[in-house]
Design a protein around this ligand. Structure first.
Ligand code: ADP
Length: 485
C-alpha cells in the first residue's frame, strides 16, 4: 500500500495546532504497520532547512504565478520518512505561519499557494512528477491540502483513491470566485456541486466533494458536522456524503508525551510512582509565581485563545474556581481580547492565577504535568489533544461533552466512579453555570485523595497510542482500494 500524505504543517517543524501533531505521528505509525508512506509538504523555511538529502525530481513553471517550482525528494528528520517538498520560494519562503504574516494577516496569495500544493499532490499521484513512485492512496489534511482532491478528479492520469480528513471544519479556505480562472480547472468545477460556495470558492468543499472518503478526527465530530449547529454552513454537503464519512480518533505520540521519559519535566513519574508529579506541580507553581500550596487544586489550560476553545467560560467561572481554593495556570496565545482578559485576571489574583501569553512547547509539557486538571471547555472540538495528554499525565480533563472530548473522557458520574471507569469531568451546556457545576464536582472529588488517585490511575491507563488509529486508517485504505496492506 503506497500512501501519500499531503499537509501544510508537521510537528515539530511547523505547527499551528493539533493538525501538525497528527501529520507528524500518523505517517510513521502507518509505516510501522508496513505501509509505504511518503509526505508532500510546502517548502516553508523550517521544512526546507530541516529535510535531509533533498534531491530534485522535477522542475517547471510558471505555475499559479510562481516562475519556477521544483519538487524535491528528501527524508524527514526524526521519522526518516521520504518527503516531497514543493520548493517555490516565491510562495513559501516567508516568515510567519504557513497561512498568515507575522502580523496575523492571511497571506493574500493563499489561493495560489495552496492550489499549488494540491496540484503537486495530484500530479505526483498521476506519476507525472516522480515516475519512480506513484501512490495508491492520497491522504489530504484540511483545506490547505484539499485541492489535491479536485486536481485528482481533473487528472485522467491519476488512479489513486483520495481520503480527505477534516481536522477543523471552521477553517475553510474561502476565496473570491473571480479567481477561479487561476486554478486551471475545467469550468464544471465552478458549480454548487463543485467548489463554489455561496458566491465564493471553498477549498474545504473541494475535499468534501471530490475525495473518495472523508474522515474526521473523532466519531462524535463526524456526526456533529452533519448538523446545522456544527456544520459551519457545510452540513448539507456532508449529509450528501454521509455514507462516505467516518470518524477515526487521533492518537498521542507516546514518545513525545510520556511522563516517565519526558525531558521537559523536573521529575519523571508514572502511575506506579506519582511522587514526581508532586515535584512537577511545585516547580510549576514556583515558575509561574503561584503560591506554593501542594494541596490547592491546580487547574491548567494550554490552548489557542479563540472563541472555539470556550475560554471565556473559564473567565466567567473564575470566581467560583477561586472560591473553591483552586489555582489557575494558563498558557495560550491568540485573540488579543482574551489574552488581555487573562492577563488582567492574573494581575487581579497574584499567586492564584498565572498566565503565560505565547507558544512554548516545552512549557506546555511542564504545565500539563504540573497541573491537577486540564480544562478544555470547547464550544466544538474535532478531537482535541490536550485532554489526551492530560489523561496520560494523570492530569484529569475537565471538558465539554462535544466532539472528541466526549469520545475520550469518561465523566466521573457516581456510576462511573463506582465502576472505576471515570477519567475526568464533562459538562454539557456551553454556559458558566454548567462549567461551574463541573468545577464543583472536581473540587469535591479532589478533597477525597484516595478516590482522586483512583481516577488518575484509570486516566493514565487509557491507551490512545497511534497504533490503533493507524490500523483503522489502513483498514479504510484497504476497503477503498481492495488491496491487502
Ligand atoms: P487545536 O488544533 O484546535 O489547537 P488540539 O487540542 O487538537 O487543538 O491541539 C492543540 C495542540 O497545540 C496541542 O499539542 C497543544 O499542546 C498545543 N498548543 C496549543 N496552544 C499552545 C501553546 N500556547 N503553547 C504550546 N503548545 C500549545
Amino acid at each position: 500500500m503506497r500512501v501519500l500524505h499531503v499537509a501544510a504543517e508537521i510537528f515539530p517543524l511547523v505547527k499551528t495546532g493539533g493538525l501538525a501533531d497528527v501529520v507528524g505521528a500518523l505517517p510513521p505509525a502507518l509505516a510501522a504497520l508496513g505501509a509505504d508512506v511518503r509526505l508532500l509538504l510546502p517548502g516553508l523555511p523550517a521544512i526546507t532547512e530541516s529535510v535531509l538529502h533533498p534531491r530534485l525530481v522535477w522542475q517547471g513553471g510558471p505555475l499559479f504565478g510562481a516562475a519556477r517550482v521544483a519538487i524535491r525528494l528528501g527524508r524527514m528528520p526524526y521519522s526518516k520518512l521520504p518527503v516531497y517538498i514543493v520548493d517555490a520560494p516565491w510562495f513559501f519562503r516567508r516568515p510567519g505561519s504557513p497561512y498568515q504574516s507575522p502580523q496575523g494577516v492571511e497571506w493574500a496569495d493563499n489561493l495560489q499557494r495552496f492550489a499549488l500544493l494540491g496540484w503537486a499532490g495530484a500530479h505526483i499521484a498521476g506519476g507525472e512528477l516522480d515516475p519512480a513512485w506513484t501512490p495508491t492512496v492520497v491522504h489530504t489534511h484540511d483545506w490547505h491540502a484539499a485541492m489535491t482532491c479536485a486536481y485528482l478528479a481533473a487528472n485522467p492520469a491519476a488512479t489513486a483513491r483520495s481520503v480527505f480528513t477534516v481536522h477543523n471544519l471552521a477553517y475553510q479556505g474561502l476565496f473570491s470566485q473571480g479567481d477561479f480562472g487561476q486554478l486551471g480547472l475545467p469550468s464544471a468545477f465552478l458549480h454548487s456541486h463543485g467548489i463554489e460556495y455561496h458566491g465564493q470558492l471553498s477549498f474545504m468543499k473541494a475535499g468534501l466533494k471530490y475525495a473518495r472518503r472523508i474522515t474526521t478526527v473523532s466519531p462524535t465530530y463526524s456526526a456533529e458536522i452533519a448538523t446545522h449547529e456544527f456544520g459551519c454552513g457545510l452540513d448539507g454537503v456532508i449529509r450528501g456524503r454521509r455514507s462516505d464519512v467516518s470518524g477515526i480518533l487521533n492518537g498521542v505520540d507516546t514518545a513525545v508525551w510520556n511522563p516517565a521519559t519526558d525531558p521537559s519535566l523536573v521529575a519523571p513519574y508514572d502511575a506506579q510512582a506519582l511522587e514526581g508529579k508532586a515535584r512537577c506541580k511545585a516547580a510549576l507553581q514556583a515558575q509561574m509565581g503561584l503560591a506554593a500550596q501542594p494541596d490547592a487544586p491546580l487547574f491548567g489550560v494550554v490552548s489557542r485563545l479563540t472563541s472555539q476553545k470556550g475560554l471565556d467560560l473559564v473567565l466567567a467561572a473564575l470566581p467560583a474556581l477561586l472560591a473553591g481554593g483552586a489555582q489557575l495556570a494558563l498558557q495560550g496565545a491568540g485573540d488579543p481580547v482574551l489574552e488581555a482578559a487573562f492577563q488582567a485576571a492574573a494581575d487581579a489574583h497574584p499567586g492564584r492565577v498565572a498566565v503565560r501569553i505565547g507558544y512554548d512547547e516545552t512549557f506546555a509539557h511542564r504545565l500539563i504535568a504540573g497541573a491537577d486538571l486540564i480544562m478544555v471547555p470547547s464550544r466544538f472540538e474535532p478531537c482535541g489533544l490536550t485532554q489526551l495528554y492530560g489523561l496520560r499525565y494523570g492530569t484529569l480533563p475537565l471538558a465539554r461533552r462535544v466532539g472528541g472530548l466526549a469520545d475520550t473522557v469518561t465523566d466521573a458520574s457516581d456510576e462511573a466512579l463506582r465502576q472505576g471507569s471515570a477519567t475526568g469531568f464533562l459538562f454539557g451546556a456551553a454556559t458558566p453555570a454548567a462549567l461551574e457545576s463541573a468545577i464543583a464536582r472536581a473540587l469535591a472529588l479532589y478533597r477525597e485523595p484516595a478516590r482522586w488517585r483512583a481516577v488518575m490511575h484509570q486516566a493514565m491507563a487509557q491507551d490512545f497510542s497511534w497504533a490503533g488509529s493507524a490500523a483503522r486508517y489502513l483498514e479504510l485504505y484497504r476497503v477503498m482500494t481492495g488491496e491487502p496492506h
